[in-house]
Design a binder for this molecule. Structure first.
Ligand SMILES: [Zn+2]
Length: 217
């Protein structure tokens, strides 16, 4: 460990930063509305070799004399503009990574919940379809069939066939799924969209990981 109190002009040549080895934002994030915001004080505090305070964003650097040092995101004052600007970009990418990880964890949880609800709903025994209305139409009678609160129309003059029955079953299962999902704060029952959200976040996270790796030098 080294203890250097930095001022704008007083970093000895041997203690200047020559490499950024890693950046981590250790703070937890919570979902507020649709944003994932960091919780101050939730991260791991690590003593800073530059300013002596403790930081939740950890930056590992290598110094000109080959030693490693731990600093915070705002503790590179007095370094060259290039180092300061690289550090700023790396810290920003590390914050994005932290945010995406939190979003991904939530998205995976939501997918797991939606999958479990879907499996549960598919096991429910189906109510008998009931003909609840017949509406006269110039092209023939339009029937409305229902299972509990779900219902489907049948084209004028057509029968309640296998396709219409399947459509009604889907609508009924969607309603049963929504009742359960709403209890978890989830708003829709489209499994493929939960899966797509996880895939999107995994892609974005992989991109920011690559970007961050490219910033280490
Ligand atoms: Zn510091």
């Amino acid at each position: 460990m080294i203890a250097v109190v930095a001022t704008k002009t007083s970093i000895p040549a041997s203690e200047r930063i020559v490499k950024i080895l890693g950046v981590r934002d250790t703070r937890d994030r919570i979902e507020v509305g649709d944003r994932f915001v960091p919780v101050p004080g939730s991260g791991d505090l690590r003593a800073c070799d530059r300013c002596g305070r403790e930081h939740e964003i950890h930056v590992d650097v290598e110094l000109a004399d080959g030693r490693r040092a731990n600093i915070g995101s705002g503790c590179a004052k007095g370094e060259t503009m290039e180092i300061q600007s690289r550090l700023k970009s790396a810290v920003s990418a590390a914050k994005t990574r932290s945010k995406l990880r939190a979003e991904l964890a939530t998205a995976k949880q939501e997918l797991a919940t939606a999958s479990a609800v879907d499996a549960e709903v598919r096991k429910l025994s189906l109510p008998e379809p009931r003909l609840i209305e017949e509406i006269p139409d110039p092209r023939g009678v339009r029937q409305v069939w229902a299972m509990d609160d779900a219902h489907v129309w049948v084209l004028p003059g057509s029968k309640f066939d296998t396709e219409r029955r399947q459509s009604l079953v889907s609508a009924w299962r969607n309603d049963r799924a929504l009742e359960r999902l709403h209890a978890h704060g989830l708003k829709h029952a489209y499994l493929h969209l939960y899966k797509q959200h996880v895939d999107d976040l995994e892609d974005r996270l992989a991109k920011v990981e690559r970007k961050l790796a490219g910033m280490m030098f």
